[in-house]
Design a protein around this ligand. Sequence first.
Ligand code: AMP
Length: 579
Amino acid sequence: MTEPIIGIDLGTTNSAVAIIENGTPKIIPIEDQSTMPSCVGLDGQGHLLVGQTALNQLAANPESTVTSIKRQMGKNTTVRLGDRSFSPEEISALILGKLKSAAEDYLKQAVNKAVITVPAYFDEGQRKATTDAAKLAKLEAVRIINEPTAAALAYDAESASNQTLLVYDLGGGTFDVSVVVVEEGVVEVKASHGDTELGGDDFDEELVQHVGTQFKNTHGLEIGDDLKAKRRLKVALERAKCTLSDQPYVKIDEDFLYEGKHLTSEISRELYEQRIASYLEKTLGCMHQAMKDAGITPQQLDKILLVGGSSRTPAVSNLIESTLEIEPSLEVNPDLIVALGAAVQAGTLAGVESQSILVDITPHTFNTSTLNSSFIGPHLICVPIIKRNTPLPCRKAEVFYTVSDRQEQVTVDVSQGESSIPEENTTIGEFVVAGLSPVPSGNPIIIEFALDLNGMLKVTATEKSTGLSKEVAIDTTKQTRTFDLEEARENIAAISGETILSDENAPIDAENDHQAILTESKSLKKRAEALDSSGLDAADVDEIQDLVKRTRSAILEQDWEKVHGLNQNLSDVLFYLED
Ligand code: AMP
């Protein structure tokens, strides 16, 4: 048996350890969790606490708890723990020691070697400090590799095909973005950029400020300098922030937070995203700089990998996608990707064969539809709730609003597909929630999708103000059978009462024609929406609205000849107006 080499992601906020098992990288659980907080403390009796137990006492015992030690690595400094001082290497060694013993318990043998990851921007001093911390923990750091390299390794880096990847790593305390090129299995970081003072901690602080102001307005009390209350608030708000990645609202209840007063608050994702918008803009600046330094354009990118817990914030992937027009890959858990990549490297060094990671993901996007208003009139668009390639199981929710005053019911429809146009997706369910409160329009309704490993989708719609709720279960696997052209032809023939067309090519050509007509309709509709309606005659606006409406009906009726004719009319009108 070869000597095991483990892969370690020694993170600012969390750490993880992985190994190649049966040819695949696997996370080793630490106290039943896949990651461990990078937190060290001493309890009231002076006993050492590492990981979750140390984090648990952070709020109550901040003087005897150390977090984010990675930020101090390579510095000639010490941190206090109770009445003693420790170097950053020593604190890191305690974290590494716990990861090592978790691996030893799991593998049931001694572990003496590890591949450890560090940020690409770490200088020699910081790398040496990491190696020294490993030595202190009785681990030989057989290789120190860059985190973006590890992320790339976790994704099929063995493949011979050349790929250019952008690794966007937004953690708790730091942000870095790298352009990585994989050629013939060799991974090279072409350029890195970042901000060592930007991460999820800043987002927590934004929420602390927001809730602190609310508390002051309600009770006239400043939580400000009370370290214990502030830490407690930070812990609660960090949890709330994570919930907002999957839910549109979160409630915070902290009894007796400060001077006997309770804190009760609710935060919406919308507000949270506004508060962190300037930080996310900053990350985009770094991203453009890294691409410029690497001499590449967005079009040359093959993939965007998200790394770090904070990259789970939906606003992050939405912003990247709208800026670069590439959907970031979500297949591998961003908290674990670096440790998994370190294990791939460790496996190679130990002479163990490994393959790319297998994950269960949903191959389709699941949407609900909502009314969208533009000058061509209100029309339905699909809004993705669970995006394709999301790892399973998953649970995501969004908020929608009623459009009419005293609206009594809403219809929730569920579709599967990648388009924003309802007709182009497959409807897989529809239900009505009746008995809503008689309130003005804008009544928030939360739609939640929960998809399990077996492809069972549970859809829940809840009126936020009352909790009135309805749930339906949909077996999505029934919708995804492979398309059988012959069967479909017979089917069409059966319902249209015609015999199957004898010309073999005719249906396929017709199908292609329909696609072309539909594509043209879409592009015309976009052109119509892009027109500046303020400079148009009322008659022209009416004509465009009428043509778009009639086109939509013709598409629903699948009357392609009619759609084609309407396209030509609309194209003529637009040509004249755009001129
Ligand atoms: P890392 O340094 O990669 O371990 O990332 C830790 C940061 O990710 C912390 O600020 C966490 O609060 C944040 N984080 C973890 N999970 C989520 C989530 N689901 N949504 C948003 N932030 C998260």
